[in-house]
Design a protein around this ligand. Structure first.
Ligand code: S3P
Length: 424
């Protein structure tokens, strides 16, 4: 689907509710399926990715009904699926289920779409193999054939900070004999650790180390907060469209995810957090953000995992900041739904941004007037689609975004919500 986006000639104003966090939704449905009994999940994401996780749980014998709430009734264990399990576009689904299915007493096959079949799975296969798993894939890529085995705990020093890898190993550790100790260089999002603890797992965390032992999970009622990664598009719109002022309700504020707020603060953006609360161990609140004069910053090191999914839209923001913005230590962005370094730089250049690609990130020189007046590509990547939409709102001439419907992967409500805050 092609989407035409035109320059906004008036500010965005209003108050919007941000839909459910994608990462927490995956965890809620998968972990509830591993717990014996009835779990109730309130505010489950409507994104295609979490729905892929839900469909797989059903194919593995779990009784799940999605109405307003998602109700899970599980025996606390999975049964073999009759057909391959399709993870769609979702890296989280594939990596989590690889860890879980490696320790079952049956065999499974995990498949994915074109993009997911090109994403590296060796990062989970290697440590799982050390635990005793037997996983076969074409040189570390999907489809993955998983031969269920008894697993042993290991101590593993992960070379990258990835919550998907960490979660895969912890989920294998939940079924393994002995302790599993996982170290990561910088702390990645810790929703798995928090939710497993909430459900009674034997898990401890200290700085960048997590220790887990074999445990039974208890069923729970969860309420999922809004997704800060989805909120990021609206934060950026409000910061770059003159005179804007919006309130984003119910945004998850877990410190392992709030890198975007740290960047906005460093850039000098005008925002405040209102009405903080906690939902099932996850902090959340409302964010008020206004149009701001911004300055360039350097984004690197331990900040990167806290904003990994926001980098394409931060690049858009940086085109409107005075001076140089440098993003480094982000080489893993090349392994996302697209090569997000190359694709972000290529497409923003088409719009007139002064931006260059580096091996582990990008450099953006601002402030630039984006000219637009062209077609841009999403590379089947939802985050590229929404970032380019934000850029289109400040381009002098209209732009046409090819493949805009990829937004449905994480944020099907995106356009509807946008329509409530603009008054052109
Ligand atoms: C996710 C972790 C991140 C992120 C992805 C979702 C998760 O990936 O990019 O969108 O839910 O754990 P990595 O942990 O591999 O960086």
């Amino acid at each position: 689907m092609k989407k035409i986006v035109r320059k906004l000639n008036s500010p965005i104003k209003g108050q919007i509710k941000i839909p459910a966090d994608k990462s927490i939704s995956h965890r809620a449905v998968i972990f509830a399926s591993l717990a014996k009994g009835k779990s109730i999940i309130k505010n489950f994401s409507a994104g295609k990715d979490p729905l892929s996780s839900l469909e797989i749980c059903k194919k593995l014998g779990v009784n799940a009904e999605l109405k307003n709430d998602l109700i899970i009734n599980s025996d606390g264990k999975f049964t073999p699926a009759k057909t391959p399990l399709d993870c769609g576009n979702s890296g989280t689904t594939m990596r989590f289920f690889t860890g879980i299915l490696a320790g079952q007493n049956f065999n499974s096959v995990l498949t994915g779409d074109e993009s997911l079949s090109k994403r590296p799975m060796k990062r989970v296969i290697d440590p799982l193999t050390l635990m005793g798993a037997d996983i076969q894939g074409k040189s570390g890529f999907a489809p993955l054939q998983i031969f269920g085995k008894k697993l042993n705990g290991i101590e593993y020093k992960c070379p990258l900070s990835s919550a998907q890898v960490k979660s895969s190993i912890l989920l294998a550790g939940l079924q393994a004999e002995g302790k599993t100790v996982f170290h990561e260089p910088f702390l990645s999002r810790n929703h798995t650790e928090k939710m497993l603890e909430f459900m009674g797992a034997n898990i401890q965390t200290r700085n960048c180390t997590t220790i887990i032992e074999k445990s039974e999970l208890s069923p729970c009622t969860f309420e999922i907060c809004g997704d800060i990664s989805s909120a990021a598009y609206f934060m950026v719109m409000s910061a770059i469209v003159p005179n804007s002022d919006i309130i984003l309700e119910n945004v998850g504020l877990n410190p392992t995810r709030t890198g975007i707020l740290e960047v906005l603060k460093l850039m000098g953006a005008d925002f405040e957090i209102l009405d903080k609360k906690e939902l099932c161990k996850e902090p959340s609140g409302d964010i008020r953000i206004k149009f701001s004069n911004l300055k360039g910053v350097t984004i690197e090191g331990d900040l990167i995992p806290k904003l990994i999914d926001e980098i394409p839209v931060i690049a858009v923001l940086a085109t409107q900041a005075e001076g140089k913005t440098v993003i480094k230590d982000a080489q893993d962005l090349r392994n996302k739904e697209s090569d997000r370094i190359k694709c972000t730089v290529t497409e923003l250049k088409k719009l007139g941004a002064n931006i260059e690609e580096t091996q582990d990130g990008m450099i953006i020189y601002g402030k630039t007037t984006l000219k637009g007046g062209c077609e841009v590509e999403t590379y089947q990547d939802h985050r590229l689609a929404m970032s380019l939409f934000c850029a289109g709102l400040i381009c002098e001439k209209e732009i046409s975004i090819n493949g805009f419907d990829w937004v449905n992967i994480s944020f099907p409500e995106f356009e509807k919500i946008f329509e409530t805050i603009f008054s052109d």
